[in-house]
Design a protein around this ligand. Structure first.
Ligand code: DGL
Length: 269
């Protein structure tokens, strides 16, 4: 479907949310995308709820004031800990990543057991568990804090990443037998093949479900209702709150294409 003239704001703590933008671009062409990565203040995954909410609200207001008509909270940590505060601070529709991926898991495995892999802050919030329980899914949650730095180092294929995954997944599978594993962090889609093969190696047949793709599909469906399909040109503009060179370099791995221009933004401390 096309959505000419529609401006979609995408927010993440850094580059990781570009995995969501990557899924959105082919699904909703013709839209204008504005992406904000709060790279100066990442990682969010180890911060408190109050701090995450403050940072996320500032970013959401920035995107709304720059014309966003629909806001996508691509960051799992901000979706888990600040969605209520973000919704209260802007006047546009806001979609987080948790509801769509839990809904996708529920459709495929109603009443099933799922395992959620996420940052420490997301796991401590139990936002996934609460959302799963509301749909009759039993969720185990596993914090995997070492995975974000490994992915940002570009070590998706390195043996050390496989070793770390093996430890996390072995620990998690000692307490559950999931039918689905939900990737509850922006960075994990980049190591989805390694996660799937490590699960198999450990004797699990669990299906890996990606929150980036599930979110893009949910947004496509909701926008199809409000914006009838016509032709248009897709554009995207990226803002980062720290080094624009680093954003363009690392971000292109997450987006899967080069990022020609990044605007530096100061949101304060
Ligand atoms: N974007 C975060 C998430 O999806 C991961 C990086 C961070 O901790 O800021 O949870």
């Amino acid at each position: 479907m096309n959505a000419p003239g529609l401006t979609i704001g995408v927010f993440d703590s850094g580059f990781g949310g570009l995995t969501v933008l990557r899924e959105l671009l082919p699904r909703i062409p013709g839209a204008r995308y504005i992406y904000l990565g709060d790279t100066a203040r990442l990682p969010y995954g180890s911060k408190s709820q109050t701090t995450i909410a403050r940072y996320a609200v500032e970013s959401a207001r920035f995107l709304e004031s720059h014309g966003a008509e629909h806001l996508v909270i691509a960051c799992n940590t901000a979706s888990a800990l600040a969605l209520r505060e973000i919704r209260a601070s802007v006047a546009i529709p806001v979609t987080g990543v948790i509801d769509p991926v839990v809904e996708a898991a529920h459709r495929r495995h109603p009443k099933g057991d799922v395992l959620v892999l996420a940052t420490s802050a997301t796991v401590q919030s139990h936002a996934y568990q609460i959302e799963c329980a509301a749909r009759g899914l039993r969720a185990s949650e596993k914090a995997c804090p070492l995975l974000v730095p490994l992915v940002e180092e570009g070590w998706c294929e390195q043996p050390v990443t496989r070793d770390v995954l093996r430890i996390y997944l072995r620990e998690a599978l000692a307490g559950c037998t999931p039918e689905a594993v939900l990737l509850g962090c922006t960075h994990y889609p980049l190591i989805a093949p390694a996660i799937a093969s490590t699960l198999l190696e450990l004797g699990s047949q669990a299906e890996v479900i990606d929150s980036a793709r599930a979110t893009a599909i949910a947004i496509e469906q909701s926008i199809r209702v409000s914006h009838p399909a016509t032709a248009g040109t897709t554009t995207f503009q990226c803002y980062a709150t720290d080094s624009v060179e680093k954003f363009a370099r690392l971000g292109s791995q997450f987006l899967g294409e080069s990022i020609p221009h990044v605007e530096l933004l100061d949101l304060g401390g």
